[in-house]
Design a protein around this ligand. Structure first.
Ligand code: IVH
Length: 697
């Protein structure tokens, strides 16, 4: 180091400062390159931080000397744009929750039934704390970390590789002479408690906003465009799962072995993880963790039980977004008492009136809560919640806070009983409650601004058209000003470019960005299109089932319109016969098609966008792809559920009853009327073994 570099920043002359900034820019860029691109840092994090701090200090004293390539404006060795997107090789799934011992016993029961285990043999579980942080997916190619991403929507996350390289517990290279060709490692990034408190103290002193909890601090630190900020935060990581793998010699047979492997590769692995031989052992682990929780230096919100045998995990597979072979046993909720200031009524996409408690803000388990759900009319009645009452507020994990009950119901001068409105607070239409329904709904349909806006919000949301840059606030103001009334108008916005550019807060480039984002979505697959329509009970999973069954928008539309005519039509029978659809969902779909304005919107949309055909997965390489099959009678090699799940995985459609459209009926023992029907209709029948042979074992 030269002499100037040793001087304190305040002692430097202007010329010296200039030279010093030049030298620092070069030196920091050099270390960035070693760190980010070569994975071969020459100096410690502390030494690097000292260089950055010195650079900042000099820039603070001589702002006119800040260089265009200053390390404080340049971001590591990465481009300073937003985050790139990364498609996970295997989707990142979530976990179902269990809230008590019975739920856990049910979980084991479901596994036994699915696998057809009639014996009393225990199912070995791997038990782990559930870390309350931010999940990350790390891709290693030939043992080197190449991509690190956030979970995102489970399919696509944000590329935060540069940031994750600063997180302790994530090796840049796997310690293994023969690493897999490719492997995805999953785990949780978290903010240790002690560091969290220190950080918040510092932020408070500096007049900066504090983080609500360690989880937000972790998310805020990792989702930073400047990796130097991530670097300055002592984030940590626990690895707990693997995703896609390729070319791996020693694939583990047990999850506990996989955990051991992660440890030897150099990942931080949670020290509490262990194997539970029995359900009782697993529940004992839960009790232990409940006690230990307060002493840990990281947040946990429950424990996770995973079937230890990986072959068994593979047989169990997934339902929707969660594995059948794992569950999160959550800790009970945290509670606090506060005043109920008001009850607001929100109107949702389907017109449901939902009461929301407006509370005197209070901290519940480290998070400030000022709203809580009251569910519905009956709930308010049952709990007799009145404005002005002191109420117990409860929060569990990510769940919306709830009102448990009133604590001062006996006080004098208590307010009047709450009367639920029978008109929509937004459009004034009647709000009615159908016989047997818990919710009251606004009857205004699309004339109700609340419903129209919620429909639009749903339409542009992630799982639907996923239009970036058309946030909730924009929808509201565009709707109010008449720019967008129905989803179709979104695709006509480009005709109103001039008008948009005139709007406050908008300019040429932001309007261009928005219009480009819309153009990018002019082609969608059928499942997203169906989901985007916002039909009651048609979530992403059901939309996929429909798309895989009908393949094209034309065929789906045609079949639905035919089915609305009469419940005896083959189209109706075909719809309710799709496994997992059933009458209630079918009726909601048909109610949608029964409303002319809905069909008009659908048709107008179809003119604006191209809807891609959807095929069943793996259609090409499976002999049963696209075939409709029905299982009947008792199977001996696997349960009905497992057989169904496997058939679906191979692209077959599993139906619940036999019709002319059925390709195969798989006949188990003691098959009854379905086998007879197959015989009558001349549908091909297969024994269980013949079926297994057909699908390859
Ligand atoms: S396993 C397919 N193990 O919890 C199962 N997840 O609610 C993949 N999480 O998205 C998850 N600790 O972010 C697993 N020991 C643990 C976990 C854990 C925390 C998170 C993870 C997941 C979420 C599901």
């Amino acid at each position: 180091m030269n002499k100037e570099a040793m001087k304190a920043p305040e002692e430097l002359t202007t010329a010296e400062a200039k030279a010093e900034l030049k030298r620092l820019a070069k030196e920091i860029a050099h270390h960035d390159k070693l760190y980010y691109q070569k994975d071969a840092p020459e100096i410690s994090d502390a030494e690097y931080d000292a260089l950055v701090r010195r650079n900042r200090a000099i820039e603070g004293l001589f702002p006119s000397l800040i260089r265009s390539d200053s390390p404080t404006t340049r971001v590591g060795a990465e481009p300073a744009a937003g985050f790139g997107k990364v498609k996970h090789l295997h989707p990142m799934l979530s976990l179902d929750n269990a809230f008590d011992r019975e739920d856990v016993a049910d979980f084991i029961g479901r596994i036994r039934r699915f696998l057809g285990r009639k014996d009393d043999g225990e199912i070995e579980l791997n038990v782990e704390p559930k870390i309350d942080g931010l999940s990350a997916n790390l891709r290693y190619e030939d043992g080197t970390l190449t991509i690190g991403a956030t979970r995102g929507d489970g399919a696509v996350g944000e590329d935060i590789t540069a940031n994750l390289k600063h997180v302790a517990g994530i090796p840049h290279k796997l310690k293994d002479p023969h690493p897999p060709k490719l492997i995805e490692i999953r785990g949780e990034v978290y903010f240790p408690h002690d560091a969290f408190f220190t950080l918040n103290k510092e932020r408070e002193k500096a007049g900066e906003p504090v983080f609500a909890n360690p989880r937000n601090a972790a998310a805020g630190s990792v989702r930073q465009l400047d990796p130097n900020i991530t670097r300055s935060r002592p984030l940590k990581f626990f690895a707990y799962a693997m995703g896609a793998t390729e070319g791996w010699r020693n694939e583990p047979k047990l999850h506990s072995e996989a955990i051991e492997q992660l440890r030897t590769w150099g990942f931080a692995v949670n020290p509490e993880i262990c194997v539970a031989k029995t359900l009782d052992d697993a529940l004992e682990f839960y009790d232990e963790m409940t006690k230990k929780r307060a002493d840990l230096n990281y947040d946990i919100d429950g424990v996770v039980y995973k079937v230890n045998n990986i072959a068994m995990q593979n047989r169990l597979g997934f339902v929707g977004r969660a594995p059948r072979w794992a569950i999160a046993h959550k800790f009970p909720a945290e509670q606090a008492v506060t005043t109920l200031n008001a009850i607001a009524i929100q109107v949702g996409r389907t017109g449901a009136l939902t009461p929301v408690a407006k509370l005197e803000p209070i901290t519940v388990g480290g998070v400030v809560v000022s709203n809580a759900t009251l569910h519905n009319e009956d709930e308010i009645e049952r709990k007799d919640v009145r404005i002005g009452d002191k109420v117990i507020v409860q929060r569990a994990g990510d769940v919306i806070p709830q009102i448990v009950g009133v604590v001062d119901a006996d006080r004098k001068n208590r307010g009047p009983k709450y009367k639920f409105p029978d008109r929509c607070p937004v459009c004034g239409s009647h709000a009615v409650r159908e016989e047997g329904e818990a919710v009251r709904r606004c009857t205004g349909g699309l004339i109700c601004p609340a419903q129209a806006m919620e429909t639009l919000r749903h339409f542009v949301s992630r799982g639907a058209f996923d239009i970036e840059g058309l946030g909730s606030k924009h929808i509201e103001s565009f709707y109010t000003d008449g720019l967008i009334k129905t989803p179709v108008d979104i695709f006509k916005l480009h005709h109103r470019r001039g008008e948009l550019e005139e709007r406050e807060g908008w300019g040429k480039s932001s309007v261009s960005n928005l219009l480009n984002a819309i153009e990018a979505r002019r082609t969608v697959p059928l499942d997203r299109f169906i989901y985007a329509l916002g039909i009651r009970q048609v979530g992403e999973v059901t939309a996929k089932l429909l798309a895989r069954h009908y393949h094209t928008l034309k065929d789906w539309r045609h079949a639905m319109l035919a089915a609305t005519k009469d419940r005896e039509t083959p189209e109706y029978q075909d719809l309710v016969n799709i496994d997992q659809i059933g009458e209630s969902v079918a009726n909601d779909i048909l109610d949608f098609f029964d409303e002319k304005p809905n069909v008009e919107v659908l048709d107008a949309l179809a003119k604006e966008v191209t809807v891609d055909e959807v095929q069943a997965p793996r259609a090409a390489d499976s002999p049963v792809a696209g075939k409709t099959v029905v299982f009947t009678g008792a199977l001996s090699k696997m349960t009905r559920d497992e057989a169904k799940a496997r058939a679906e995985l191979l692209g077959a459609k599993v139906a619940s009853s036999v019709s002319k459209k059925t390709d195969y009926v798989i006949v188990g023992e003691d098959a009854g009327s379905k086998a007879a029907k197959a015989q009558e209709l001349g549908v091909k029948m297969l024994s269980e073994d013949a079926w297994l042979e057909l699908i390859g074992g």
